[in-house]
Design a protein around this ligand. Structure first.
Ligand SMILES: Cc1cc2nc3c(=O)[nH]c(=O)nc-3n(C[C@H](O)[C@H](O)[C@H](O)COP(=O)(O)OP(=O)(O)OC[C@H]3O[C@@H](n4cnc5c(N)ncnc54)[C@H](O)[C@@H]3O)c2cc1C
Length: 799
């Protein structure tokens, strides 16, 4: 028997989900909505439905591409649900025009076809444009307009045809539960039993979450959308049935977008102040608040400047429509951990609606989505990121930046600092330049170190970078450096069942002596890589796990039996990576414990005292040099830092930041989960089969591995020109055609050129193969290289 499903919300997400679930055979689906069907009054009921697919995130682009493909094939009583009028983003500034080249690259990386057009070509596509005002545009012919209300009804009808029920004017007032599982939803019309409840309630989501004690970290914000009166220059262009024929348009330099409504133009505006909606509108359209014309005044001025034909008309109607924003711009998808069967699909745009619905349907029916959803996972946030004040600040900032040119390393400015390591005061006095990740302040370089002569950079790649990183990398290779590794998530896994649990959860053999450290992978049931971990056995029943983030803890907790305790020890502890050929010279005089090569071998851990400080030292190195990760409790962190620092001065020690770290790790070929590999990749194709012990007994994902084949490989490239730079996500070309994309990239200061990892077809993943990486429109010659590029015999680490 398939489970009984209740979906809260008959918006574009709820309806798409009902369709996707019933298509997979889960036909006992009830969709309830407080409003009348199929215009119940949520955001989907008035969304203008522009779908621009290209996004810096591969996942988001793929979610959008599926929405386009699905809705394009749908009609409602012969009327279109999606019109592929194309999408055109125009540039009125040099910075934007430059950035559209990057965007074209992103589209190519993720498989969306588009092209850069001259201003005249843009005006030919959209004659309202004044070509003199623009420098050019990025055109994606498959973008277009979703007719959200029709898409809701068309998908609902398909679902109903397979047995689903849609109940309008049913307000959910509570969620039934028993023994940690949902039992159904309470509505003002009675109780509806269910085994699975999905909250697709749009910006009402946090209120539904409160019913079950779940924080749904989104902020409802109002956003302005207005319609002009008839535009003479548009007369006769579109009939009322087709509504639109010219591309949807974005003028991001002024936070504006446009679509046609017959002979009128719809104008959306993100340039106004963020307007968090503390109360909502009234029926029949509670998602709409009264229009505030003053906020729209700059939008109109700029619109007339770009589209002069608007001068002969005016704004006839407008609204402040409410929809959801999150702290990082991604949706929220996943299951409540304290209430089994309660799922969330929130903060989803029309653009991604069908894609999200499909992924969630796969998750529910097959146990896992087919594409990597880690960026959108409900459980991706640290606790501090769930604070209402944090969500409000960051979501508002996301609203402000929605059309900005945002550098991949650009940190949010507020609220900061949130999480600081115990070394923070010393880092500040050494002139650390901090970026932020997971709420942590992370030094990227220290201005107390001098810059080194390295190739000049273009403006984009020079942002959030300094030639000081070259010095810090060189000091690590030649002398010794201290890296703050505190922000990396640390979990203590202990208890009588700890070993068996970790053995089942990960791929490598952890049944080794106390003091062993093991690099291992967590796989999904389908054999895809969920994470990579470093597991230190500190006692027969005590393991310290170096993890990638909250999703690892979440996955572990999902599978942990009662005999296992999992504790996040990140905030209570700290870590210095002491690395470099002189690391032993610094450390050994500070301790009576023998840190010689024979006494503490590579991938072994040891408790010791460094001066007065009790530590756990693990002989590991992500930078490819001799050294240790040295852990202690947070209150002793400063003492540890000072002890190592003072002892290191005679050896020329320096503090080094993430910028150098990233360069050093890529020279060594160390992968970063989430960037280089995700759940979409298997260990063999990611080059990590050495971490899989098929002979150790069963583990999650093992049985799927044999059947997994991949025609792609994570491949090491170097750029041929020693001065060329790429940063990641760029498309890779072979013989003039796009063949893959870059994951991580950094200048390798030791090898003297840029290192880039890329997913490429197996046939091209052969050292010596010439390829090209496209960076802002320029094809930079590159060559597939044997890896690792630095110290392949591991002589520097094992000495
Ligand atoms: C002005 C404006 C312009 C936009 N433009 C675009 C655009 O161009 N492109 C794009 O991709 N996106 C756009 N969006 C965003 C998009 O409209 C939304 O993200 C999307 O429609 C959300 O769909 P949903 O199904 O999650 O939520 P909704 O459509 O809001 O549906 C949620 C439903 O849940 C129901 N519900 C809530 N609480 C309860 C309860 N207790 N009991 C029963 N039912 C309940 C509500 O009645 C509602 O119908 C725009 C939004 C606005 C406001």
């Amino acid at each position: 028997m398939n489970p009984r499903v209740v979906i809260i919300g008959a918006g574009v997400v709820g309806s798409a989900l009902a369709d996707e679930l019933t298509e997979r055979g889960w036909t006992d689906v009830t969709v309830v909505d407080q409003g009348p069907l199929f215009t119940p009054g949520g955001s989907s009921s008035h969304a203008p439905g522009l779908v621009f697919q290209t996004n810096p995130s591969k996942t988001m682009t793929e979610l959008a591409a599926y929405t386009v493909a699905k809705l394009s094939a749908l009609t409602l009583d012969g009327q279109w649900c999606f019109r592929q009028v194309g999408g055109l983003e125009v540039a009125t500034t040099e910075a934007r025009w430059h950035d559209l080249h990057r965007k074209h690259g992103l589209a190519t990386s993720w498989g969306v076809e588009g092209s850069l057009l001259s201003s005249a070509e843009c005006a030919a596509l959209h004659p309202l444009l004044d070509p003199a005002k623009i420098l050019g545009g990025f055109h994606v012919p498959t973008d277009g307009l979703a007719k959200a209300v029709r898409a809701v009804e068309a998908q609902a009808r398909r679902a109903i045809g397979r047995g689903a029920r849609f109940l309008g004017e049913h307000t959910v007032t509570g969620v039934g539960r028993h023994d940690g599982r949902v039992t159904g939803v309470e509505t003002d019309q009675g109780f509806i039993p269910a085994d699975v409840v999905v909250c697709a309630a749009g910006f009402w989501g946090p209120g539904i979450g409160e019913m079950v004690g779940l924080t749904i970290p989104l902020l409802p914000l109002a956003h302005q959308y207005a319609k002009t009166g008839p535009v003479p220059a548009m007369a006769g262009v579109n009939d009322l049935v087709l509504e639109a024929s010219r591309p949807i348009l974005r003028h991001q330099d002024q936070d504006l977008y446009y679509r046609e409504h017959g002979d009128r133009l719809g104008i959306g505006y993100y340039g106004h102040r963020p307007m968090p909606a503390s109360s909502f509108g009234t029926a029949p359209m509670p998602s709409v608040l009264p229009f505030t014309p003053d906020d729209f005044a700059p939008a109109w001025r700029e619109s007339v400047a770009l589209l002069p034909g608007l001068a002969s008309t005016e704004v006839e109607e407008g609204m402040n429509g409410i929809f959801s924003f999150t702290a990082d711009g991604f949706p929220l998808i996943g299951e409540h951990r304290e209430l089994a069967g309660f799922w969330v699909a929130e903060a989803v745009w029309v653009t991604h609606s069908a894609g999200v619905a499909r992924a969630l349907a796969q998750w529910l029916v097959d146990g896992q989505p087919a594409i990597d959803l880690h960026e959108a996972d409900l459980h991706r946030f640290e606790q501090v990121q769930l604070a209402p004040a944090y969500v409000e600040e960051r979501a508002s900032q996301n609203f402000i930046e929605v059309y900005d040119i945002v550098h991949p390393l650009q940190p949010m400015e507020r609220p900061r600092p949130l999480r600081t390591s115990p070394f923070h005061p010393r880092q500040v006095s050494l002139g650390a330049v901090f970026l932020e990740g997971g709420g942590w302040e992370r030094p990227h370089w220290y201005t107390s170190n001098p810059p080194a002569p390295v190739p000049e950079r273009d403006d984009w790649s020079a942002r959030y970078w300094s030639p000081i990183a070259a010095t810090e990398a060189r000091i690590t290779r030649e002398r010794v450096a201290m890296f703050d590794m505190t922000p990396l998530k640390r979990l203590e896994v202990s208890g009588p069942g700890a070993l068996a649990f970790l053995q089942r959860l990960t791929t490598n053999n952890l049944d080794k002596s106390v003091g062993s450290v093991t690099y291992t992978l967590m796989l999904g049931f389908d054999g895809g890589i969920r994470s990579d971990l470093t597991v230190a056995r500190l006692g027969p029943q005590v393991f310290q796990v170096g993890a990638n983030g909250p999703l690892d803890e979440d996955w572990m907790r999902q599978h942990a039996p009662d005999s296992v305790h999992i504790r996040d020890i990140t905030g209570g502890t700290c870590c210095i990576g002491l690395w470099g050929p002189l690391a032993r010279h610094v450390l050994q005089p500070l301790t009576r414990t023998d840190f010689s090569n024979d006494a503490l071998k590579y991938f072994r851990a040891q408790r010791a005292f460094i001066g007065e400080v009790p530590v756990t030292a693990m002989r590991l190195s992500y930078v490819g040099e001799l050294g240790w990760e040295i852990y202690t409790s947070a209150e002793l962190g400063l003492r540890l830092w000072d002890t190592l620092w003072v002892a290191g001065l005679e050896h020329g020690i320096a503090a080094a930041g993430r910028s150098a770290f990233n360069s050093l790790r890529l020279e060594k070929g160390y992968r970063a989960w989430g960037t280089d590999m995700t759940t979409e990749h298997d260990p063999v194709s990611a080059g990590l089969e050495f971490a899989v012990r098929m002979d150790k007994g069963d583990f999650i994902g093992r049985s799927s591995l044999a059947a997994r084949t991949s025609d792609r490989r994570l491949t090491c490239l170097t750029l041929d020109d020693p001065a060329a730079i790429v940063l990641g996500k760029e498309p890779v070309y072979a013989a003039g055609a796009p063949v893959g994309y870059v994951t991580s990239a950094s200048y390798g200061y030791t090898i003297g050129r840029t290192v880039a990892y890329a997913w490429l077809p197996v046939g091209l993943s052969v050292p010596g193969t010439p390829v090209a990486v496209e960076y802002f429109g320029a094809r930079l010659p590159a060559t597939v290289a044997a890896e690792p590029l630095f110290d392949p015999k591991m002589e520097r680490i094992r000495r």
